[in-house]
Design a protein around this ligand. Structure first.
Ligand code: DLL
Length: 446
């Protein structure tokens, strides 16, 4: 029997989600009850978790108060990779109704699974996200997140249908068509990565359209990559819409871990489903509320893949100031950086090591390379500079161009991203005595 972890609460979700306004002591009670249940579930069903608990001398019964979460072992992205594909699942495959995947540091993605109940929890979390950002059933919504293995497209889609909005499942790309649809279908709200939407603003301008005058879009939820307040101001001023931050990650559920309310002051976390802690990434000790550190999340109601104390690598702080909207679920500060070297370009997660793998696959000798990220007309661009070694030197210019193309193709195969490859003189890429600085990210330097 799979325990029911969430529908014990008779929550009325609409017109306003009662769960967002639960009295704080009741919320903490719910969290504790669920933390106990999810710890027991993982202990019973997930060997990796049980082994780590045993190594720590811990038992599920040790969780008596919420703070006891600190007695539980951490999980990291590598754990998902090491147990690829289904090693962290706590239910038989017959109970799993959906799989999603996200890229990891090696060629293999990480895989996440959902039971029917997990799908419901996810849908509710997205409905609450959209509702807090002002989306309503009368909205016509263009969902520009990628449909497929990425959690963005289908995740948002479920919640959009849940609130009764009209969904246009267009996915990303084909920018002129996006603008045409936006105009002709009378789109009132959008879901997109912030960088792609900025690009669309430019495309619309090139097509001779004025966002404010010619389009009916009034709001959007933006996430899947860091975006600054500066970018928000730009989006709002240039398009006349209200832009809200949506946060989430595949390992936890996908989009919908948290979302901003009308005050646009950092995402409220759906704390009845996600327990958040902030730790010092070096010592892993908790930091006081309000102080910055690494966000650690425990899923409180997921069945297929319960995730305990997941180190997100996202750097933020819990905002303990009450929000003017009256929601009791707390907020986190908007995420502007990660503690590891993964970077996100156009919503796709990329690790420098993936680029290295691609270069090595093309040419056997180890190249010196640097990844340069820039932002042109609002759209993120990736350039990979590769130092030419003796082994790579070819006679003709044409052969060198071929080499360049093969590098670019190999990078695209591994990351799915189109990139410019530039061959540079030997010795021109800076060397470091310690860690190599593979990434030059100038996207926020404007
Ligand atoms: O990006 C899920 C998602 C889809 C969120 C659509 C929002 C909208 P992943 O591909 O696993 O999942 O990437 C998760 O993206 O750990 C953050 O580093 C980053 N990220 C996600 N949302 C935000 C945001 C989806 N609002 C990783 N602000 C996370 C900053 C974000 N970074």
């Amino acid at each position: 029997m799979i325990p029911h972890l969430w529908n014990d609460l008779e929550g009325t979700f609409f017109p306003e989600s009662a769960l967002d306004y639960m009295p704080e002591d009741r919320l903490r009670e719910v969290q504790l009850q669920r933390l106990k249940a999810v710890t027991a579930l993982a202990y019973d069903r997930v060997p990796l978790f049980r082994e780590r608990m045993t190594a720590k001398g811990a038992k599920p019964a040790d969780v008596r108060r919420l703070e006891d979460v600190r007695r539980l072992p951490f999980m990291v992205k590598n754990d998902l990779r090491d147990t690829y594909p289904y090693g962290l699942f706590a239910v038989p495959m017959s109970e799993v109704v959906r799989l999603h995947a996200s890229s990891g540091t090696t060629g293999k993605p990480i895989v996440v699974g959902y039971t029917a109940q997990d799908m419901d929890v996810w849908k509710q979390a997205i409905m609450r996200s959209l509702y807090s950002a002002g989306f309503r059933r009368a909205d016509v919504v263009q969902n520009m997140y990628g449909y497929g293995l990425f959690t963005g497209g289908l995740g948002l889609h479920g919640g959009l249908e849940g609130i009764g909005a009209t969904v246009i499942p267009i996915s990303g790309g084909n920018s002129e068509r996006q603008i045409m649809v936006m105009k002709d279908f009378g789109v009132t709200a959008v879901c997109s990565t912030p960088s792609y939407f900025i690009h669309l603003i430019e495309v619309a301008q090139k097509m001779g359209l004025d966002f404010k005058r010619d389009l009916k879009v009034r709001r959007g939820v933006f996430g899947a990559e860091p975006w600054t307040d500066h970018m928000r101001q730009y989006i709002e001023a240039a398009s006349g819409i209200k832009a809200y931050d949506i946060y989430g990650l595949s390992e936890i559920i996908g989009p919908g871990v948290g979302n901003e309310c009308e005050y646009q002051d950092g995402p409220h976390i759906f704390e009845d489903h996600f327990l958040v802690e902030i730790v010092d990434p070096a010592t892993l000790e908790p930091v006081p509320d309000g102080q910055e550190g690494e966000l650690v999340i425990t899923t409180l109601s997921k069945q297929a893949m319960p995730v305990i104390r997941y180190r997100t690598r996202d750097i933020t702080a819990i905002d303990i100031r009450p929000c003017r909207c009256g929601r009791t679920i707390r907020r986190i500060r908007r995420i502007s950086r990660r503690s590891d070297d993964m970077f996100i370009i156009r919503g796709v997660n990329v690790f420098p090591t993936q680029i290295e793998t691609a270069l090595l696959k093309t040419e056997a000798s180890l190249p010196h390379y640097q990844i340069v990220l820039t932002r042109k007309s609002g759209l993120d661009q990736m350039e990979v500079r590769v130092e030419v070694t003796g082994d790579m030197l070819r006679d003709s210019v044409g052969e060198m161009e071929q080499l360049q193309k093969r590098f670019a193709r190999s990078i695209e195969q591994i990351t799915g991203l189109h990139t410019t490859v530039t061959l540079v003189q030997p010795g021109s890429i800076p060397r470091s005595a310690g860690k190599a600085k593979r990434l030059l990210d100038t996207r926020n330097e404007a």
